[in-house]
Design a protein around this ligand. Sequence first.
Ligand SMILES: C[S@@+](CC[C@H](N)C(=O)[O-])C[C@H]1O[C@@H](n2cnc3c(N)ncnc32)[C@H](O)[C@@H]1O
Length: 242
Amino acid sequence: MKIIYRLFYRIKLIFVNTIITAIKYDRMNFVSFLQKDAHQKTLEILGDQISGSLFFESKHDLWDFTIKEVEKLDEDDNNKVCMEFGVGGGESIRFFSKKFMKNNINIIGFDTFYGNPDIWPGTDNMIGSSNQNGVIPKNLDKNVKIIKGYIEDTLEDFIKKNNIKKIDFIHVDVNIYSTAKKILEVTKKYMNKDSLILFDELVNYPFWWKNGEYKALTETYQKNEFKYLAFDRAKKTLIKIL
Ligand SMILES: C[S@@+](CC[C@H](N)C(=O)[O-])C[C@H]1O[C@@H](n2cnc3c(N)ncnc32)[C@H](O)[C@@H]1O
Protein backbone atom coordinates (compact mmCIF):
# COMPACT_ATOMS: atom_id res chain seq x y z
CA MET A 1 0.00 0.00 0.00
CA LYS A 2 2.86 2.35 0.96
CA ILE A 3 4.59 1.68 -2.37
CA ILE A 4 1.44 2.54 -4.32
CA TYR A 5 1.02 5.73 -2.29
CA ARG A 6 4.64 6.75 -2.93
CA LEU A 7 4.31 6.00 -6.62
CA PHE A 8 1.14 8.02 -6.84
CA TYR A 9 2.84 10.93 -4.98
CA ARG A 10 5.82 10.81 -7.38
CA ILE A 11 3.57 10.86 -10.49
CA LYS A 12 1.59 13.76 -9.03
CA LEU A 13 4.83 15.67 -8.38
CA ILE A 14 6.11 15.12 -11.92
CA PHE A 15 2.76 16.20 -13.36
CA VAL A 16 2.56 19.38 -11.26
CA ASN A 17 6.21 20.27 -11.98
CA THR A 18 5.69 19.80 -15.71
CA ILE A 19 2.73 22.18 -15.67
CA ILE A 20 4.57 24.78 -13.60
CA THR A 21 7.58 24.62 -15.96
CA ALA A 22 5.31 24.93 -19.01
CA ILE A 23 3.64 28.03 -17.53
CA LYS A 24 7.04 29.55 -16.65
CA TYR A 25 8.37 28.97 -20.17
CA ASP A 26 5.23 30.33 -21.75
CA ARG A 27 5.65 33.54 -19.75
CA MET A 28 9.16 33.89 -21.21
CA ASN A 29 8.00 33.03 -24.72
CA PHE A 30 8.62 36.05 -26.94
CA VAL A 31 6.29 34.77 -29.67
CA SER A 32 3.39 34.56 -27.17
CA PHE A 33 4.22 38.08 -26.01
CA LEU A 34 4.23 39.41 -29.59
CA GLN A 35 0.96 37.63 -30.27
CA LYS A 36 -0.71 39.30 -27.27
CA ASP A 37 0.72 42.64 -28.37
CA ALA A 38 -0.69 42.04 -31.86
CA HIS A 39 -4.21 41.60 -30.43
CA GLN A 40 -3.84 44.76 -28.39
CA LYS A 41 -2.70 46.65 -31.51
CA THR A 42 -5.75 45.45 -33.46
CA LEU A 43 -7.98 47.07 -30.88
CA GLU A 44 -5.85 50.22 -30.68
CA ILE A 45 -5.45 50.76 -34.42
CA LEU A 46 -8.85 49.67 -35.74
CA GLY A 47 -10.75 50.84 -32.64
CA ASP A 48 -14.01 52.52 -33.55
CA GLN A 49 -13.75 51.40 -37.16
CA ILE A 50 -14.73 47.87 -36.06
CA SER A 51 -17.36 48.66 -33.46
CA GLY A 52 -20.09 47.98 -36.04
CA SER A 53 -18.50 44.78 -37.40
CA LEU A 54 -19.56 41.17 -36.95
CA PHE A 55 -17.22 38.68 -35.25
CA PHE A 56 -17.44 34.99 -36.05
CA GLU A 57 -15.93 32.18 -34.00
CA SER A 58 -14.87 30.16 -37.05
CA LYS A 59 -13.51 30.86 -40.53
CA HIS A 60 -16.30 28.77 -42.03
CA ASP A 61 -18.93 31.00 -40.44
CA LEU A 62 -17.13 34.05 -41.88
CA TRP A 63 -16.86 32.37 -45.30
CA ASP A 64 -20.57 31.51 -45.23
CA PHE A 65 -21.42 35.10 -44.36
CA THR A 66 -19.16 36.30 -47.20
CA ILE A 67 -20.93 34.02 -49.68
CA LYS A 68 -24.32 35.39 -48.62
CA GLU A 69 -23.05 38.95 -49.03
CA VAL A 70 -21.75 38.14 -52.54
CA GLU A 71 -25.06 36.54 -53.49
CA LYS A 72 -26.96 39.57 -52.20
CA LEU A 73 -25.07 41.94 -54.54
CA ASP A 74 -27.38 42.86 -57.42
CA GLU A 75 -29.46 39.68 -57.43
CA ASP A 76 -30.37 40.16 -61.11
CA ASP A 77 -26.71 40.12 -62.17
CA ASN A 78 -25.98 36.65 -63.52
CA ASN A 79 -22.41 37.48 -64.38
CA LYS A 80 -20.81 38.12 -61.03
CA VAL A 81 -17.01 38.29 -61.15
CA CYS A 82 -15.31 36.56 -58.21
CA MET A 83 -11.58 35.95 -57.88
CA GLU A 84 -9.36 34.14 -55.44
CA PHE A 85 -5.69 35.11 -55.19
CA GLY A 86 -3.73 32.27 -53.59
CA VAL A 87 -5.37 28.93 -54.31
CA GLY A 88 -2.66 26.71 -52.77
CA GLY A 89 -4.08 23.30 -51.90
CA GLY A 90 -7.58 24.51 -52.80
CA GLU A 91 -9.32 24.50 -49.42
CA SER A 92 -10.96 27.91 -49.66
CA ILE A 93 -11.72 27.87 -53.40
CA ARG A 94 -13.51 24.53 -52.96
CA PHE A 95 -15.56 25.96 -50.10
CA PHE A 96 -16.60 28.97 -52.19
CA SER A 97 -17.17 27.14 -55.48
CA LYS A 98 -19.45 24.47 -53.92
CA LYS A 99 -21.77 27.12 -52.50
CA PHE A 100 -21.49 29.53 -55.45
CA MET A 101 -22.51 26.73 -57.82
CA LYS A 102 -26.11 26.82 -56.56
CA ASN A 103 -26.34 30.39 -57.88
CA ASN A 104 -24.29 29.81 -61.06
CA ILE A 105 -21.47 31.99 -59.79
CA ASN A 106 -17.98 31.25 -61.12
CA ILE A 107 -14.70 31.86 -59.35
CA ILE A 108 -11.29 32.43 -60.96
CA GLY A 109 -8.24 31.33 -58.97
CA PHE A 110 -4.76 32.80 -59.46
CA ASP A 111 -1.57 31.12 -58.24
CA THR A 112 1.87 29.89 -59.28
CA PHE A 113 1.40 26.88 -56.95
CA TYR A 114 5.05 27.37 -55.95
CA GLY A 115 4.45 29.14 -52.63
CA ASN A 116 5.54 32.52 -51.28
CA PRO A 117 7.94 34.41 -53.56
CA ASP A 118 9.24 36.32 -50.50
CA ILE A 119 9.44 35.96 -46.71
CA TRP A 120 6.42 37.09 -44.69
CA PRO A 121 7.67 39.13 -41.70
CA GLY A 122 5.78 38.61 -38.44
CA THR A 123 5.23 34.90 -39.19
CA ASP A 124 7.34 31.78 -39.74
CA ASN A 125 6.61 31.81 -43.51
CA MET A 126 9.81 31.58 -45.54
CA ILE A 127 10.28 31.83 -49.30
CA GLY A 128 8.44 28.83 -50.76
CA SER A 129 6.00 28.33 -47.84
CA SER A 130 2.69 26.82 -49.08
CA ASN A 131 4.52 25.29 -52.07
CA GLN A 132 2.40 22.81 -54.07
CA ASN A 133 5.31 21.97 -56.42
CA GLY A 134 3.48 23.73 -59.20
CA VAL A 135 0.56 21.27 -59.09
CA ILE A 136 -3.00 22.60 -59.47
CA PRO A 137 -5.38 20.89 -57.00
CA LYS A 138 -7.32 18.05 -58.59
CA ASN A 139 -11.08 17.70 -59.04
CA LEU A 140 -12.00 21.35 -58.65
CA ASP A 141 -15.63 22.21 -59.35
CA LYS A 142 -16.72 23.15 -62.87
CA ASN A 143 -17.32 26.75 -61.88
CA VAL A 144 -13.60 27.18 -61.04
CA LYS A 145 -11.12 28.51 -63.59
CA ILE A 146 -7.43 28.51 -62.72
CA ILE A 147 -4.90 31.01 -64.04
CA LYS A 148 -1.45 29.66 -63.29
CA GLY A 149 1.49 32.04 -63.02
CA TYR A 150 2.71 35.08 -61.12
CA ILE A 151 -0.25 37.35 -60.40
CA GLU A 152 1.99 40.28 -61.35
CA ASP A 153 2.18 38.77 -64.87
CA THR A 154 -1.31 37.32 -65.31
CA LEU A 155 -3.93 39.53 -63.64
CA GLU A 156 -3.99 42.64 -65.83
CA ASP A 157 -3.81 40.53 -68.95
CA PHE A 158 -6.68 38.32 -67.77
CA ILE A 159 -8.87 41.34 -67.03
CA LYS A 160 -8.19 42.87 -70.46
CA LYS A 161 -8.61 39.68 -72.47
CA ASN A 162 -11.90 38.86 -70.75
CA ASN A 163 -13.16 42.41 -71.06
CA ILE A 164 -13.94 42.56 -67.34
CA LYS A 165 -15.75 45.77 -66.44
CA LYS A 166 -16.36 45.24 -62.71
CA ILE A 167 -15.32 42.87 -59.94
CA ASP A 168 -17.78 41.79 -57.23
CA PHE A 169 -15.60 39.81 -54.86
CA ILE A 170 -11.95 39.07 -54.31
CA HIS A 171 -10.37 36.74 -51.77
CA VAL A 172 -6.80 37.78 -51.00
CA ASP A 173 -4.78 34.88 -49.56
CA VAL A 174 -1.27 35.41 -50.92
CA ASN A 175 0.46 35.94 -47.56
CA ILE A 176 2.95 38.60 -48.61
CA TYR A 177 2.77 42.37 -48.99
CA SER A 178 4.10 42.79 -52.56
CA THR A 179 1.55 40.42 -54.10
CA ALA A 180 -1.34 41.81 -52.02
CA LYS A 181 -0.37 45.35 -53.06
CA LYS A 182 -0.33 44.44 -56.74
CA ILE A 183 -3.74 42.75 -56.49
CA LEU A 184 -5.35 45.72 -54.74
CA GLU A 185 -3.79 48.26 -57.10
CA VAL A 186 -4.89 46.41 -60.25
CA THR A 187 -8.40 45.54 -59.06
CA LYS A 188 -9.25 48.87 -57.41
CA LYS A 189 -10.67 50.56 -60.51
CA TYR A 190 -12.98 47.59 -61.15
CA MET A 191 -14.45 47.50 -57.64
CA ASN A 192 -17.95 48.96 -57.37
CA LYS A 193 -19.78 50.33 -54.39
CA ASP A 194 -20.53 47.27 -52.18
CA SER A 195 -17.90 45.04 -53.83
CA LEU A 196 -16.28 42.79 -51.25
CA ILE A 197 -12.70 41.96 -50.30
CA LEU A 198 -11.96 39.06 -47.98
CA PHE A 199 -8.46 39.07 -46.49
CA ASP A 200 -7.09 35.84 -45.13
CA GLU A 201 -4.58 37.45 -42.78
CA LEU A 202 -5.18 41.15 -42.22
CA VAL A 203 -4.64 41.58 -38.47
CA ASN A 204 -3.77 39.82 -35.19
CA TYR A 205 -0.28 38.54 -35.93
CA PRO A 206 3.02 40.14 -34.87
CA PHE A 207 3.66 43.44 -36.65
CA TRP A 208 0.59 43.06 -38.92
CA TRP A 209 0.20 46.86 -39.00
CA LYS A 210 3.59 47.23 -40.75
CA ASN A 211 3.35 44.28 -43.13
CA GLY A 212 1.33 42.09 -45.43
CA GLU A 213 -2.28 42.65 -46.40
CA TYR A 214 -2.93 45.53 -43.99
CA LYS A 215 -0.01 47.57 -45.35
CA ALA A 216 -1.23 46.87 -48.89
CA LEU A 217 -4.84 47.80 -47.98
CA THR A 218 -4.02 51.06 -46.25
CA GLU A 219 -1.62 52.13 -48.99
CA THR A 220 -4.24 51.48 -51.69
CA TYR A 221 -7.51 52.54 -50.04
CA GLN A 222 -8.27 55.55 -47.86
CA LYS A 223 -10.17 54.93 -44.60
CA ASN A 224 -13.34 56.46 -46.06
CA GLU A 225 -13.31 54.18 -49.13
CA PHE A 226 -14.20 50.97 -47.27
CA LYS A 227 -15.86 49.58 -44.18
CA TYR A 228 -14.95 46.60 -41.97
CA LEU A 229 -17.89 44.22 -42.23
CA ALA A 230 -16.76 41.11 -40.37
CA PHE A 231 -13.90 39.17 -38.80
CA ASP A 232 -13.26 35.61 -37.71
CA ARG A 233 -11.62 34.91 -34.34
CA ALA A 234 -8.13 35.25 -35.81
CA LYS A 235 -6.91 37.14 -38.86
CA LYS A 236 -9.59 36.88 -41.53
CA THR A 237 -11.39 40.10 -42.36
CA LEU A 238 -14.17 41.03 -44.77
CA ILE A 239 -14.45 44.60 -46.01
CA LYS A 240 -17.01 46.31 -48.23
CA ILE A 241 -16.15 49.07 -50.67
CA LEU A 242 -18.11 52.27 -49.99
C1 LIG B 1 -1.62 30.33 -48.09
S1 LIG B 1 -1.56 29.83 -49.76
C2 LIG B 1 -3.23 29.84 -50.25
C3 LIG B 1 -4.10 28.88 -49.48
C4 LIG B 1 -5.46 28.62 -50.09
N1 LIG B 1 -6.31 29.80 -50.12
C5 LIG B 1 -6.16 27.47 -49.40
O1 LIG B 1 -7.24 27.65 -48.82
O2 LIG B 1 -5.61 26.38 -49.44
C6 LIG B 1 -0.86 31.22 -50.54
C7 LIG B 1 -0.65 31.02 -52.02
O3 LIG B 1 -0.33 32.26 -52.63
C8 LIG B 1 0.47 32.00 -53.76
N2 LIG B 1 1.20 33.22 -54.14
C9 LIG B 1 1.83 34.11 -53.32
N3 LIG B 1 2.35 35.12 -54.07
C10 LIG B 1 2.03 34.86 -55.35
C11 LIG B 1 2.27 35.55 -56.59
N4 LIG B 1 2.96 36.69 -56.62
N5 LIG B 1 1.75 35.04 -57.72
C12 LIG B 1 1.06 33.87 -57.69
N6 LIG B 1 0.81 33.17 -56.56
C13 LIG B 1 1.29 33.66 -55.40
C14 LIG B 1 1.39 30.87 -53.29
O4 LIG B 1 1.88 30.12 -54.37
C15 LIG B 1 0.46 30.05 -52.37
O5 LIG B 1 -0.07 28.94 -53.03
